[in-house]
Design a protein around this ligand. Structure first.
Ligand code: GRG
Length: 298
């Protein structure tokens, strides 16, 4: 199967599973239900659950059913983080994915609670799923624990806080890398690592995949900064991001693009421990995704 068809197949499975999981939850507030649906559907690229499936069923040939709840839970965590990131007290954005941000439609308090609800729902879904697989429960708990770590103080929240408060490390480059690894790369990395843990990958494979995930996650953020920088330079009303420490500010546009390309090349080398004949489907999907990320335009 080629990349495009594989991508479409994974994406359909993710969208269907997400709909089924979210709809099965009784939400007594109509407002909260509408707000959750508004941010989840149609949603964005579904990059993180796609990476999860590429590893879990693509690389390791596991049955998607057992992994899909974790893939969806990571998307719920990602969605909560975007809703909160857009709030006036954070990035103060009016638009996301070409439509009004959640708080602009439902108000700040509902947006905050929607993010909180999605975060809690993610753990409810993962733990319920773990209970349904008693034979594999320790791998489930280890995978959930990696997701919790990556989303928390040592990952996304830590990076976001450092970004907002600009907590300086020794220099601008170290500060940027710290923010980027936490804010963006950690959740991308755990999408790959938690899938490998659940699939009972070897320690060496998990190490290689963790490095791969971190490198593509960093490249993803650098390209995001480059895209934002381009649009900000054309738009005088660019919000709080104007005063932020970003890769183009420190390395320039061309330097940042070069850096993202080098990170992707390095990431691809990490995949070399996998035998391409044996791991064909997942290997091709992961490497193609990495290459596409470095050239993305949205
Ligand atoms: C509020 C706890 C908390 C964390 C926020 C998400 C985040 C951390 C910061 C977002 C800042 C930002 C826009 C970073 C750029 C990288 C990024 C996460 C982009 C959005 O991810 P995509 O492109 O989104 O995968 P889609 O729309 O495709 O789902």
């Amino acid at each position: 199967m080629n990349y495009k068809s594989q991508h479409a197949l994974y994406k359909t499975k993710i969208d269907e599973a997400l709909k089924e999981l979210v709809e099965s939850i009784a939400v007594h507030s109509k407002e909260l239900r509408m707000s959750m649906d508004y941010s989840l559907f149609p949603g964005g690229k579904r990059l993180r659950p796609l990476l999860f499936l590429a590893v879990y069923s693509g690389l390791y040939g596991k049955d998607e059913k057992e992994g899909l709840p974790l893939a969806c839970a990571i998307e719920l965590i990602h969605t909560y983080s975007l809703i909160h990131d857009d709030l006036p007290s954070m990035d103060d954005d009016d638009y996301r994915r070409g439509k009004l941000t959640n708080h602009k439609v439902f108000g700040e308090s509902t947006a905050i609670l929607t993010g909180d609800a999605l975060l809690n729902l993610s753990y409810e879904i993962m733990l319920d799923n773990a209970r349904q697989h008693p034979e594999n429960v320790s791998s489930h708990l280890e995978a959930i624990s990696d997701i919790a770590r990556a989303s928390g103080i040592k990952g996304m929240i830590g990076g976001q806080l450092a970004d907002l408060n600009l907590q300086w490390k020794t220099n601008a480059k170290d500060t940027l890398d710290f923010i980027c690894k936490g804010k963006t790369a950690a959740l991308i990395q755990t999408s790959i690592v938690s899938a490998a843990i659940l699939a009972k990958a070897s320690k060496a494979e998990i190490r290689a995949l963790a490095r791969f995930g971190e490198l593509i996650g960093m490249a993803f953020q650098i390209i995001d900064d480059v895209l934002d920088f381009d649009s900000e330079s054309l738009n005088v009303e660019c919000g709080q991001d104007c005063g932020k420490l970003t890769y183009p500010i420190v390395y320039g546009i061309e330097g940042s693009k070069e850096m993202a390309k080098n990170l992707i090349d390095e990431a691809l080398r990490e995949l070399e421990i996998f035998d391409i004949d044996k791991y064909n489907e997942g290997y091709i999907f992961l490497s193609q995704t990495a290459v596409l990320l470095s050239g993305r335009t949205e």
